[in-house]
Design a protein around this ligand. Structure first.
Ligand code: HEM
Length: 404
């Protein structure tokens, strides 16, 4: 292949590796790249040339380095993905995931103040209730059913409703408006319509909360008085976009992984206190953020012997970093007893995931409740018939037919 024939050279570019050997393992090419060229030339779909970084130390260093920017107008996407190709230009006010300081700080600071330990603790009983309601609904419907649509997608969506303070009466509408964004078959028109629907939904929600203050995250931000309605709307949308699909795919793919590694599931069941550790290991092993994050160099920076020039875009491989044998021994083995801390699935540095504690709590509650309720949970189709999402920025399963 062209990539192999140029090993050792930094002048010729590869394309982003996508093909996977199995549902849980990243493209094999990532491992060989990490060995030969952990900082490699990468051709983006628009023809521009940047970099793909696969080693743990280099990925971590770049994420911590302020000479690498998150500004959306400087970034590029390593796979042809219509929605993201369209979202060019400077980030809208409030979309701080694609900003650098001081713009980023303006939002991150008041948001961090809202993600209090008290609020996260307060959500736990509600997360248990939400999970119990989904399990009841599954039991009532009976097997076989799709675990993604019945469990993995609704739980994080309802938890975000709780966090933001979406009134009960509006939750169906909220879930309906967001489902088109998550539907892989949605056309660009459907996506635009869904985005407009969500924007007007948040506009109404914010007006409601301004008139009648509430004790939730949006209510808190409004009381804070720092952000305009447009900013609040976009912050709400960012929390939804960043927090829903990620957690949903961890729940769906994580269940699949535990079912396909019965020894690990048995270990976890025998010692439920392993759950916190098991969740970290699933985050590491599954690396659902399989495309990106991306950054752009603001000046020339040398990384592990390669000179990244000002303006060049760098794609950081989370699966590459999380399966780096120099950081995690025997990295391709799922082992719920290992110490997986230091994985980069929540990123690192200034933009490190704001919702990571919430995501962890959701998984620590949802996985055990699922396997307690359905001890005989199993796939309802052969494992090789479970369709995966390998062309999306968040990896996972499209559907997971299960029975019990
Ligand atoms: C940022 C992963 C759940 C809100 C990030 C980043 C990653 C990530 C990798 C950094 C992106 C970058 O550096 O460019 C995940 C994963 C999740 C998850 C794997 C679930 C398993 C959540 C949840 C929320 C959330 C539940 C909120 C309810 C955010 C926000 C940012 C972010 C607001 C932007 C932070 C900033 O730019 O300062 N997430 N996330 N995430 N995440 Fe998460």
């Amino acid at each position: 292949s062209p990539a192999e024939s140029t090993a050792g050279s930094s002048t010729e570019a590869i394309t982003f590796p996508v093909g996977r050997p199995g549902p849980f393992d990243p493209p094999e090419r990532l491992a060989s790249l990490r060995e030969e060229r952990p900082v490699a030339r990468l051709a983006y779909p628009d023809g521009r040339i940047g970099w793909l970084v696969t080693g743990h130390s280099a990925v971590r260093a770049i994420l911590a380095d302020p000479r690498f920017s998150s500004r959306r107008e400087l970034l590029n996407v390593p796979v042809p993905f219509p929605l993201m190709q369209e979202m060019r230009g400077p980030a809208e006010p409030g979309m701080f995931i694609r900003m650098d300081p001081p713009g980023h700080t303006r939002y991150r600071k008041p948001l961090t103040a809202q993600f209090t330990v008290r609020r996260m603790k307060g959500l736990e009983p509600r997360i248990r209730e939400i999970t119990r309601e989904r399990l009841d609904a599954m039991e009532k419907a009976g097997p076989p059913l799709d675990l993604v649509s019945e469990f993995a997608l609704p739980i994080p969506s309802l938890v975000i409703c709780e966090l933001l303070g979406v009134p009960y009466a509006d939750r169906d509408e909220f879930q309906h408006a967001t489902s088109a964004l998550l539907n892989l078959e949605s056309s660009p028109e459907e996506i635009h319509a869904a985005l407009a629907g969500i924007a007007s939904f948040f506009a109404r929600l914010i007006a409601l909360k301004r008139a009648d203050p509430t004790d939730d995250l949006l209510g808190g931000l409004i009381e804070d008085g720092e952000l305009t309605d447009e900013e609040l709307r976009n912050v709400g949308f960012l929390l939804l976009a960043a927090g829903h699909e990620t957690t949903a795919n961890m729940l769906g793919l994580g269940t699949f992984a535990l079912l396909e590694h019965p020894d690990q599931l048995a270990t976890l069941r025998a010692d439920p206190s392993l759950i916190d550790n098991a969740v970290e290991e699933l985050l590491r092993f599954l690396s659902v953020i399989h495309i990106g994050p991306t950054r752009a160099a603001l000046e020339g920076v040398e990384v592990e012997g390669e000179l990244i020039r000002a303006g060049e875009v760098v794609t950081l491989s989370v699966p590459g970093a999380n399966r780096d044998p120099s950081r995690f021994p025997d990295p391709d083995r799922l082992d719920v007893t290992r110490s997986a801390s230091g994985h980069l699935t929540f990123g690192h540095g200034l933009h490190q995931c704001l919702g990571q504690q919430l995501a962890r709590v959701e998984m620590r509650i949802a996985f055990p409740m699922l396997f307690d309720r359905f001890p005989g949970l199993r796939l309802a189709v052969p494992a090789d018939q479970v369709a995966v999402r390998d062309t999306m920025t968040i990896y996972g399963v499209r559907a997971l037919p299960v029975a019990w």
